[in-house]
Design a protein around this ligand. Structure first.
Ligand SMILES: Nc1ncnc2c1ncn2[C@@H]1O[C@H](COP(=O)(O)OP(=O)(O)OP(=O)(O)O)[C@@H](O)[C@H]1O
Length: 256
């Protein structure tokens, strides 16, 4: 917890005691007031959970991972981190077959940003893969992706919910095993994020995933979307690289 957060916590407690006695911090000239932005962040337990990582532990882990990155991993790392730090949008795909170090890269990115108290949402297409990611969940449960999908689907994220707030505040979203998810699921997430992020800036409506920095990863030679009785062509058409989103994607390759 930072000193400012600690101060806000203390001021909230003092304010509660004062209010119980018919007074308020505002009645005392020169007394600081709690930081309103932090109060709303505290009230969202999903955001609080993401802020609870031990900063020095994250930094130590990051430095250890970073020192081991290969040149390929390091250049992808810098490309992604610079987008986050410069508050620019980014839609990336990290392509690499099993064992090329995608998860290692995700862990290095996550520890870097968490060491700076930024929010990283780690999801995977399958439950098993999500267990390998730090703080991982399945994409379907995190983004409330509907089971039945079509070209107009949107995710069922309630307005003013904690999840909506968490997504809005997220600095980086990492989605592993992307090739096995139907493109309609990414398109539903894209529409939902555009809608959700236009509150922050109207121009986000025109950016892929509402201007978020999102990293998809996986290997198209492993598992593709499962569609009962579909032909090979239909399966290929259901992959993310057949989506309208793909032309916006910056693809990186991990080869070793
Ligand atoms: N730069 C690195 N330095 C040291 N070890 C690494 C590095 N990159 C990856 N590894 C190690 O190599 C192994 C495979 O890496 P990792 O699990 O990240 O690959 P992956 O591409 O995610 O594989 P999969 O797609 O099968 O999940 C792991 O044990 C990981 O710790």
């Amino acid at each position: 917890m930072t000193l400012e957060e600690l101060q806000t916590f203390c001021l909230i407690e003092i304010e509660k005691l004062l209010q119980n006695n018919g007074k308020s911090l505002k009645d005392y000239a020169g007394m600081p007031l709690p930081n309103v932005d932090l109060i709303s962040a505290f009230s969202n337990s999903m955001v609080v959970r993401e802020m609870q990582y031990d900063v020095s532990e994250m930094l130590a882990q990051h430095d250890d991972y970073f020192a081991q990155l290969t040149a390929e991993q390091e250049s992808i790392y810098h490309a992604i981190i610079s987008r986050v730090l410069n508050k620019e949008h980014g839609f990336f795909f990290v392509y690499g077959f099993g064992g090329t170090g995608k998860t290692f890269l995700y862990k290095t990115l996550s520890t870097k940003l968490r060491s700076e108290r930024k929010i990283v949402i780690n999801v995977a297409s399958s439950g098993i893969a999500s267990l390998l990611l730090p703080g991982g969940k399945t994409a379907h449960s995190m983004f409330n992706i509907p089971i039945e999908l079509n070209e107009e689907s949107i995710c069922r994220i309630r307005v003013n919910s904690q999840k909506e707030d968490l997504i809005r505040q997220a600095d980086l979203i990492i989605w592993d095993e992307a090739p096995m998810t139907n493109k309609l699921a990414f398109e539903a997430v894209d529409r939902t994020f555009r809608d959700l992020m236009k509150v922050t800036s109207i121009s986000n409506k025109n950016l892929p995933f509402g201007g978020k920095v999102i990293v998809l990863g996986g290997d198209f030679r492993q598992v593709l979307p499962v569609i009962p009785k579909a032909s090979r062509a239909e399966i290929v058409m259901a992959s993310i690289n057949s989506s309208y989103l793909w032309k916006h994607c910056e693809v990186f390759n991990l080869t070793r």
